[in-house]
Design a protein around this ligand. Structure first.
Ligand code: ZN
Length: 199
């Protein structure tokens, strides 16, 4: 039986497709939106459409950005000879919050997932290799997660990049096994970065 009008049901159904939103949250959000002033809803819709249309991958580090080069890659104040490899844009944000890191990043937009046959062609590895052709790159910091897939990715990159003679380091443990970077506090992240070990 349908208790709601079709439009209310449609709204709840769309919201429920979002990650982490169950039926109850979807209903709560739907009624919140319905009761919002019309101009706020219009603004929200505009922001969603604009974000989807204009956000793209930085042509250098592959993070999500709204210009050709992200602000970090475009900054002359950053140390472009040190590249930290992370899985996602949210991991980059976690390291940026520490305020301790002055290098640049490379965002793989995922990891290898050997169990699902997800290989190097499914992440932004080719783009990373292209950046390493620049002789000014001195160090690659592997900051993929400590999950099996994160470790497999770090091992793969090490194997591929080592022959180039670039210094490769791995962030220290202290980042809990399977821990998601975005949930780890800034002090732990700073320590993990400081205590990185050469591979
Ligand atoms: Zn960038």
């Amino acid at each position: 039986m349908n208790y709601y009008s079709t439009l209310v049901t449609n709204l709840i159904d769309e919201l429920r497709r979002l990650p982490g939103i169950g039926s109850k949250s979807a209903q709560r959000l739907a009624f919140h939106i319905i009761n919002m002033p019309e101009e706020h809803v219009e603004h929200l819709a505009e922001v969603l459409v604009k974000a989807r249309k204009e956000i793209r991958y930085c042509k250098c580090c592959c993070t999500l950005t709204d210009s050709e080069l992200c602000p970090i890659c475009a900054s002359p104040k950053r140390d472009h000879s040190t590249i930290m490899v992370v899985e996602h844009t949210k991991d980059l944000a976690a390291y940026e919050k520490t305020g301790q890191y002055e290098g640049v990043y490379h965002v793989l937009q995922g990891t290898l997932v050997p169990s699902l046959g997800k290989g190097p062609q499914d992440i932004r590895f080719k783009e990373l290799e292209a950046r390493l052709d620049d002789p000014d790159v001195k160090e690659l910091i592997l900051a993929t997660g400590s999950s099996l897939d994160g470790e497999a990715t770090a091992m793969y990159i090490t194997k591929k990049v080592k022959p180039r003679g670039i210094k490769i380091t791995r962030i220290a443990s202290g980042v809990p096994i399977g821990g998601e970077l975005e949930y780890i506090d800034e002090v732990t992240l700073s320590r993990a970065l400081e205590g990185r070990i050469e591979l």
